[in-house]
Write a protein that binds this ligand. Sequence first.
Ligand SMILES: Nc1ncnc2c1ncn2[C@@H]1O[C@H](COP(=O)(O)OP(=O)(O)O)[C@@H](O)[C@H]1O
Ligand SMILES: [Mg+2]
Length: 306
Amino acid sequence: MTSLIEKATRRLEQLRQAGADVPDMPAPIKVAPAPVEATPKLPPIQSRLVELDLELLERNGIIIPSSPRSQLADQFRVIKRPLIKNAMGKGASEIVSGNLLMVTSALPGEGKTFTSINLAMSIASELDNTVMLVDADVARPSIMRMLGLPQGPGLLDLVLDDSKDLSEVLLKTNVDKLTILPSGTPHPRATELLASDAMTRLLEEMASRYPDRIIVFDSPPLLITTESRVLATHMGQIVVVVHAGKTLQSEVKQAIDTIDSCPVKMLVLNRSSSLFKGGYGYGYGYAGGYGYGQSQGQEQEQEQAA
Ligand SMILES: Nc1ncnc2c1ncn2[C@@H]1O[C@H](COP(=O)(O)OP(=O)(O)O)[C@@H](O)[C@H]1O
Ligand SMILES: [Mg+2]
């Protein structure tokens, strides 16, 4: 079928050949105005953008995407590799909610928050993965402080108010693939909120809404409160930070006993001076324990398969 424009062009050409004074440019085609919608659509909720001071973070020992090769960055490469594999369902066996990953430890001050942030930054530098860092240490939140950001609404507000959408409180950052979910408005019954059905629904939504997104939860110590134990029941993977030369073996064992239900547990040794060869103040060690609780033979098998 000949289009209207073709027809018009041909007509103009005929007129020109007949000696008519025809301008080169065809008259603008009038377009009918778009029909006005009865109810204007609300713009989609945009997550707020926050600016991380990357130079300051780097000075404080946090890996940033543009960091030159450092020992700490290398250590986190080793730690994150099997975690990403499991999260993406590419491990030895499929793990339910493998993309929900909690960082915890027996006691306060062992480096849970430091590890969570570095792990999230390290995963954010991957091409294929995005990462959401969640401050689930609702009683003593410290992610925002460690990142130099002000506290704001977050996790607890979502659990309290079903009508709130994740995107309303989630923070985008100047690190392309990293978003942050603060712990939110302090609440006297924070522990109960974390154990509520609303929290379970939220975690299920988080795990399934963006399958390529790895969600890293910073959490309270296992031997002091019960929050982490409750959270652990929803996690596909748990990283247990052990403060080298400080956490007692019995404490580590007791802590791991409390998170029995989680299919994958990885022990990482923090501040191990034997691993320190320069660069950052403390080293990280992969203390093994992958698939902890299995026999040594099975463990080796898993590591070879990974
Ligand atoms: N490997 C490390 N290198 C340098 N500083 C560290 C390291 N691990 C922890 N820290 C620092 O030690 C302090 C306690 O760590 P933090 O992550 O807050 O512990 P937790 O969250 O387990 O209570 C923080 O000031 C943190 O920056
Ligand atoms: Mg902490």
